[in-house]
Design a protein around this ligand. Structure first.
Ligand code: ADP
Length: 238
């Protein structure tokens, strides 16, 4: 059973009399434990696709099965519930709250879910991204790469089924980008976490085993990468 399966997914936005068609029939499936990137030029529909996969938005037509469950027809409440339990989000701009510590930001993700052992689980999530020693720091006292690691810990703390990352390295220098990719690769390899990331950088996409290309709201490529880049290689290349 695929963890993500879409069939003929379409999404149109109405802007007054004009209709913008963001997705024009996207059918993909992603297996549990895969790490995939979604690439394509700006405006090709990547974010729209990620938003639907992340239960942030519903398609105009077509079907989306999340862990085998048909989601089309779900209302906002049900989408929010699935999103909260199953999806961890990582954004380009980290989206951390500046007044909370790293630990506070991670714990906040547990506000609406299972709050048992929240402190301990949050510390464990920070440890998983190598940041336990920064748990008391606020975002402003951390580098961009460290902030993104806090954001990954925040995504992980709920033990999601899938981590969705929208341009997770978009605001980072190449060294921090390599670190973030190394962490995502390790979580995928060692914890079996399913990871889907959007990127416009070919080099970042080559860190995943599969690259799905989107253009004009359609899948135009789906390639297997025989030997994905590792962060070590990226660092050695400077
Ligand atoms: P990408 O992430 O690849 O840049 P998007 O999914 O953001 O692409 O956008 C795909 C198309 O849908 C674009 O033409 C964009 O202008 C349009 N679009 C996206 N979101 C909206 C929205 N909320 N309202 C109207 N049009 C939108």
């Amino acid at each position: 059973m695929s963890i993500i399966e879409t069939r003929d997914l379409r999404k149109a936005y109405r802007l007054g009399a004009v209709e913008a068609r963001a997705l024009n029939g996207v059918s993909i499936s992603v297996e549990r434990g895969e790490m995939v990137s979604i690439v394509g030029p700006s405006g090709s529909g990547k974010s729209t696709l990620m938003n639907i996969i992340g239960c942030l938005d519903a398609p105009t037509s077509g079907s989306y099965l999340l862990e085998g469950e048909e989601t089309s027809g779900w209302g906002d409440g049900r989408l929010a519930g699935a999103r909260n339990r199953k999806i961890g989000f990582v954004f380009q701009t980290y989206n951390l709250l500046p007044r909370l510590t790293a630990l506070g930001n991670v714990e906040l993700a547990l506000l609406y879910g299972d709050r048992r052992n929240a402190r301990e689980r949050s510390l464990r999530a920070l440890d998983a991204v190598g940041l336990s020693h920064r748990s008391r720091h606020r975002p402003g006292e951390l580098s961009g790469g460290e902030q993104q690691r806090v954001a990954i810990a925040r995504a992980l703390v709920k033990s999601p089924t899938i981590v969705l990352a929208d341009e997770p390295t978009g605001a980072l220098d190449s060294r921090s980008s390599a670190e973030i990719m190394a962490i995502l690769q390790r979580l995928n390899r060692e914890e079996g976490l399913t990871v889907a990331l959007v990127t416009h950088e070919r080099e970042i996409a080559e860190h995943t085993r599969r690259i799905i290309s989107v253009r004009d709201g359609l899948i135009v490529g789906d390639e297997r990468v025989r030997s994905p880049r590792t962060a070590r290689t990226a660092e050695a290349e400077g």
